[in-house]
Design a protein around this ligand. Structure first.
Ligand code: ADP
Ligand code: ADP
Length: 226
């Protein structure tokens, strides 16, 4: 189980630009929280701060009630899925998925069991020997998710994972991500600028603008009000 709490989080970049101006959000266990808003409103900055990839200028970020401000990205028990897949081109699907576990010194039999179970969940079990270039866009995206899932993280972070896919595949993957997130019950934060994606996926929707929260609520509460 994992809750993610942001308390008056701010980001001032070197040079003095304030990209995130004091954001507080309480994300419940197992919820999928979508951050939506126009380009430049601070979504990626906020996500990167949750990931530990960007320093926090003020405020606190807690996972399961524990402040993680000074904890490095690899020790936060989170996994991040990017839009450009970020797969290693020279490695097989199996090795791409095993990479993070090997780095952490996980015993070989456990790595093997987890990679195979994850591949099965994602219907990648027939493709374990392929290289990324021998896969379709949707399959690559699934490997990218597999790499995140295989570590059993407490929190998933998605940074516009579907924005490089064509419309049809995007629709398909949207459903897959929703089902996967629900089945695994992993608390997730998902960044997108696509309103349809935000509405379909979100349990909790956070609309951002200019580094601030404009609205928070269930998708229906936000989009169906006059
Ligand atoms: P979004 O993800 O919503 O498009 P970002 O978080 O990427 O927004 O960026 C928010 C604002 O912060 C933008 O104005 C962007 O130009 C600025 N910004 C992002 N990264 C940096 C940086 N490393 N240095 C200075 N400004 C940055
Ligand atoms: P995104 O797709 O998230 O909007 P961008 O193209 O805005 O990404 O940013 C790409 C990279 O450049 C990010 O690492 C971001 O932090 C950095 N960046 C964005 N805006 C600025 C800026 N004004 N000054 C310095 N770095 C920036």
């Amino acid at each position: 189980m994992a809750t993610v709490d942001l308390n008056d989080v701010r980001k001032v970049y070197a040079g003095g630009f304030e990209a995130v101006k004091g954001i507080s959000i309480a994300i419940p266990d197992k919820a999928l929280c979508v951050l939506v808003g126009p380009s430049g409103c601070g979504k990626s900055t906020l996500l990167r701060m949750i990931a530990g990839l960007e320093t926090i200028s003020a405020g606190t970020i807690s996972i399961d009630g524990k402040v993680v401000n000074s904890i490095g990205p690899t020790d936060r028990d989170i996994a991040m899925v990017f839009q450009n897949y970020a797969l290693y081109p020279h490695m097989s699907v199996y090795d791409n998925m095993a990479y993070g576990l090997r780095n952490r010194g996980t015993p070989k039999p456990e790595i093997d069991a987890r990679v195979r179970a994850t591949a099965k969940t994602l219907e990648l079990d027939q493709l374990l020997d392929r290289k990324p270039r021998q896969l379709s866009g949707g399959q690559r995206q699934r490997v990218a998710m597999g790499r995140a899932i295989v570590r059993n993280p407490k929190v998933f972070l998605f940074d516009e994972p579907l924005s490089n896919l064509d419309a049809k595949l995007r629709g398909q993957m949207r459903v897959e991500i929703k089902n996967l997130q629900r089945n695994l019950g992993v608390t997730s934060v998902y960044v997108t600028h696509d309103q349809l994606e935000a509405m379909t996926l979100a349990d909790m929707l956070v609309v951002m603008n200019g580094g601030l929260i404009e609205q928070v609520g269930a998708p229906m509460d936000i989009y169906e009000k006059p």
